[in-house]
Design a protein around this ligand. Structure first.
Ligand SMILES: Nc1ncnc2c1ncn2[C@@H]1O[C@H](COP(=O)(O)OP(=O)(O)O)[C@@H](O)[C@H]1O
Ligand SMILES: [Mg+2]
Length: 304
């Protein structure tokens, strides 16, 4: 066992006899410990403990409102629900009974009935939590902050037409984020795809991977899920898949503004370009190249 991992586990008063890396964990440092716990790290920055505390409080509230299960973090010997080691912020939580519905790079293989279940659940999560939060905790900046650093980078790899469309999308999403009425806000998972959704006996029971959860607008979550489900890693050549797009809107029972949804989709497509560009897992460069094509196609798409 890696001495660093064993040091972290000791801080959680755990002796590990068996440590495995889950097969779908390509991006984060995450370990399955003794077949019972998930040990996971995220980058440690000054604001991480406060963001994490807000995340825990929000998830507890949403668990109460919806009945879904969320990770319950174990205390370390310092009494905190985390442990910091150099640049990493570590958490430990017992496995939630159930299995993820799929892996993010294999979503083209998912049965339509499962996609319907996923998007029905997302809609339910949004509807059940709409208007339930104090205005002071609405995060109107998170998506904009996530993509702002990539806006300048995009000049290196996007066509002029796509850059122009991207600018329009950013401005429109910014205006919307700053102005939607507080009673329209809801819980936003922030990374809602099959790999972060746990199901047991065919029923969705809970969610993991909540680093980006917040209170925001449903467009943010739905656009992200839509982007994940529109990608096709079977063929790796991208054409905007309108039939998939319409089916997903139907599964979610989308009743909003399709142009604004596309604006959000474009911003998330850009965000994932940055993720793949900075990743070092095997084949990350192929994913980055594909994501650029996806972004170009999303910028050309004009939903009716
Ligand atoms: N029942 C479970 N509860 C929690 N995590 C699980 C469960 N089953 C498997 N896992 C795995 O734990 C890992 C948790 O990682 P996650 O929090 O999603 O981080 P990331 O996606 O950033 O690697 C995933 O690889 C997931 O497959
Ligand atoms: Mg995950």
């Amino acid at each position: 066992m890696n001495p660093r991992t064993s040091k972290i586990l000791k801080l959680f008063s755990l002796d590990a006899s068996r440590i495995q890396k889950p097969s779908d964990a390509m991006l984060a440092q995450v370990y399955l410990v003794n077949d019972r716990y998930i040990l996971r790290s995220r980058p440690y920055e000054k604001e991480t403990p406060a963001l994490f505390a807000a995340e825990c409080e929000l998830c507890e509230q949403v668990a109460g409102l919806t009945g879904f299960r969320f990770p319950k973090y174990q205390r370390s010997i310092t009494g905190d629900c985390f442990s910091v080691d150099a640049d990493y912020f570590w958490t430990l939580h017992p496995i939630i009974p159930g299995r993820p519905l799929g892996r993010w790079f294999e979503l083209h293989k998912i049965e339509p009935s499962v996609n319907r279940q996923v998007l029905n659940t997302l809609n339910k999560l949004h509807k059940t939590t709409t208007g339930c939060f104090d205005e002071s905790i609405i995060d109107r900046r998170r998506l904009l902050d996530l993509v702002t650093p990539s806006m300048a980078d995009a000049r290196e790899f996007l066509s002029a037409g796509a850059l122009e469309r991207l600018g329009v999308a950013f401005d429109r999403v910014k205006r919307y984020c700053e102005s939607y009425p507080p009673e329209k806000s809801c819980f936003v998972h922030g990374d809602f795809h099959h790999g972060n959704i746990l199901a047991q006996k065919g029923r969705i029971v809970g969610f993991i991977d909540l680093d980006w959860c917040r209170v925001g607008s449903f467009y943010e979550d739905f656009a992200f899920s839509l982007m994940m489900m529109l990608r096709d890693y079977k063929h790796w050549s991208y054409e905007f898949r309108w039939s998939v797009y319409r089916t997903m809107l139907d599964y979610y029972d989308f009743e909003g503004d399709a142009v604004l949804l596309n604006d959000h989709l474009i911003l998330y497509a850009l965000f994932d370009c940055a993720i793949f560009k900075s990743s070092c897992f095997e084949n990350a460069n192929a994913f980055f190249k594909y994501q650029k094509q996806f972004l170009e196609a999303a910028c050309r798409a004009e939903p009716a």
